[in-house]
Design a protein around this ligand. Sequence first.
Ligand SMILES: N[C@@H](CCC(=O)N[C@@H](CS)C(=O)NCC(=O)O)C(=O)O
Length: 252
Amino acid sequence: MEQCRRSALVPCGAVWSECARGESGRRVGKVLLGAALLGIGLKVYGRYRRYQRRQRWNQAGKDVVVLHQFERGTNCPSLSPFALKLETFLRMAGIKYVVDTDEPRGSRNKCPWITFNGQELSDSELIIDFLTQHFGKPLKEKLTPAEHAVGRAVQVMLDEHTMMAVVYKRYVLDRYSYIMGCFSKKYRLMLRLLVPIFHPRLKPVFAELTQVIYGCAPEVERYVRANYDALVQYHERMKNKYWPDWEQCRAE
Ligand SMILES: N[C@@H](CCC(=O)N[C@@H](CS)C(=O)NCC(=O)O)C(=O)O
């Protein structure tokens, strides 16, 4: 208002619009400041909670694994094969562990991960290797080098490839219809909100399928078309939706 009084020589309308602009500018400034303070407050609180959780986990006891994973599934202990593999290993090896579901994803944003004697470790295979070393080969397997090699190949196939087929079936072909009922109530709600965000992440399936249908010998295409109608339909839907210029995007 002070500024308004000082600019008395300026025609009335201009004074008022200047005043109004000043007022609304200050209001916007206050809102932004409030939002920034709230953001900082939430961040600090989040950090504090994180610190508290770590304090708690560090008190789990010497050589006790804190296994961080998703909540239990409704029809099996875990819907994550990696978490289930690791928990099964802990049981087979007789390693003491407690489960935490407050922070299922670790620093690599993947589940599972563990806290062990104050140390944080991620990746189920690396964790198993680490614990195997730490506890002096607790499984007492007597495998020949050749058996080890086969075991490793099977593990890679299951973790990297079969897993993708499961993901594809659950989330693309069945569109969450079956798996939704297997998640705990909390996750079900979260997933309903997140599905629209998750879905585009399945684009590698489309890309891989394109290579199989269009980038392999004709008998492969014939085989896929004859046996995997759902996959072909899915591919067709994606192609029509996201590649309306498919024909133009092909070389001569
Ligand atoms: N190589 C990792 C894979 C872990 C992994 O991919 N976990 C999935 C759950 S089954 C995950 O956290 N996905 C979250 C995401 O991709 O955002 C391991 O063996 O632990």
